[in-house]
Write a protein that binds this ligand. Structure first.
Ligand code: KG4
Ligand code: ZN
Length: 370
């Protein structure tokens, strides 16, 4: 096969997403054909986090229209989706975990039904592999901490990541440092022992009364704050471990919020947000730096929702630019950092392509990244 097309589905949390991606043999990167994401963020806002049962029900409402749109089906065909032959599609890919069980099951059952009715093979994908493989997708975005450098790039050539590589996955549910010597060889060398980085952002947003999802809101408020107003703790700052911890930081923020004069004025909130953001990013950079010393690599890949954070992008690119042994940094565009189906298709395209029979397809809350 000189090229393959994959229909990918992602429903692990509160985004119902479908995409068609193509892998051409002669291209080391995956191409996006279509991409659709229906976000439920508005629905969950009033709970200050994802309400699992509401999420599952919304996935059920959204899944068929979202798949139909990704397949560019004419309106007349959309309610006959399970009968549709998926003419140009070679494989179906779906997130099997980690995630909310009720949400995952909507995706896996939909894909099982499509496979039974069309005979197309299913590739099961780990959501975290998706966040890593966001960096193997062709896009016309280039990140540069220095805008003048960016504008001087007349033509941007996106190079595929080179092994051995290291990836930092920072999402709402996970914070991981992964070493890879080749495709699909995931060695977790550091991870959070309590809260995930994104979870900490969401909890602090809630403490400051900012809404959900918290990351972008805390980050926006932090722009006008003083990053050194509060000396918040950096998890495992003086320990050798490559693991992370954010629960002490969250508790420290809670204490400050309780001690401040109520209601807390906007500038104080901005100072808390900025100091908190600095503590999270310092912890991520500190462990990244130690990990790179322990395991030299060619390339470093960022992934997950928190990878959209501007301060993290800037600080990480400065850190890597100043290392003696050069490391190429890959940062996906924001649309490929937060949950989407393109990255699930990309992870499937580089997988060993072992099909899961539809009757064995399951949702797994905590699968091993392998
Ligand atoms: O990868 P993702 O979309 O879903 C999971 O797999 O969990 O990550 C969502 C997380 C949320 O916690 C959200 O607050 C965080 O990513 N996030 C951010 C930013 N944008 C999203 N955190 C910090 N700064 C941002 N700009
Ligand atoms: Zn995610």
């Amino acid at each position: 096969m000189s090229s393959m097309k994959i229909l990918a589905i992602e429903t692990s949390c509160d985004e119902t997403a479908a995409a068609v991606v193509e892998k051409v043999d002669s291209d080391p990167l995956v191409l996006i054909q279509t991409a659709v994401v229906a976000s439920q963020a508005k629905l969950h806002e009033k709970y200050g986090g994802v309400y699992p049962e509401v999420a599952s029900r919304e996935h059920i409402r959204q899944i068929l229209p979202v798949i139909a749109e990704a397949l560019e089906l004419p309106l007349t065909e959309r309610d006959r989706l399970p009968l549709f032959q998926l003419k140009d599609i070679d494989y179906l890919a779906v997130t099997v975990g980690p995630g909310l069980i009720g949400s995952l099951l909507v995706g896996t059952n939909s894909v099982a039904a499509m496979s039974v009715s069309t005979g197309k093979p299913i590739i099961s994908v780990n959501h975290l592999a998706g966040h890593i493989y966001a960096n193997f997708i062709r896009h016309n975005y280039t990140y540069s901490a220095e805008p003048q450098l960016k504008s001087s790039l007349t033509e941007y050539v996106q190079l595929p990541p080179q092994f051995p590589l290291m990836s930092l996955i920072v999402s709402g549910g996970h914070t991981l440092l992964v070493y890879m010597k080749e495709h699909y060889s995931f060695e977790i060398i550091g991870q959070t022992r309590d809260d995930a980085a994104g979870e900490a952002f969401d909890k602090v947003a809630k403490l400051l009364g900012l809404g959900y999802p918290g990351g972008p809101l805390v980050s926006k408020l932090a722009i006008t704050g003083d990053r050194f107003a509060y000396d918040f703790p950096i998890g495992f700052e003086h320990q050798e471990t490559l693991d992370f911890s954010f629960s002490g930081l969250k508790t420290a923020v809670l204490r400050v919020v309780q001690q401040e004069k109520q209601p807390i004025d906007t500038q104080t909130k901005a100072n808390i947000a900025a100091s908190f953001e600095r503590a999270v990013i310092e912890a991520l950079l500190l462990k990244t730096s130690h990990a790179l010393n322990a395991r030299p690599v060619n390339d470093f890949l960022l992934g997950g929702g928190v990878a959209s954070n501007t301060y993290l992008r800037q600080r990480l690119s400065t850190l890597l630019a100043h290392r003696v042994l050069s490391v190429n940094l890959h940062i996906p565009p924001i649309s490929l950092c937060t949950d989407n189906a393109q990255v699930i298709g990309a992870a499937a395209a580089f997988s060993p392509m072992v099909a899961t029979p539809p009757e064995e397809l399951n949702a797994i809350v905590r699968p091993v990244l392998q």
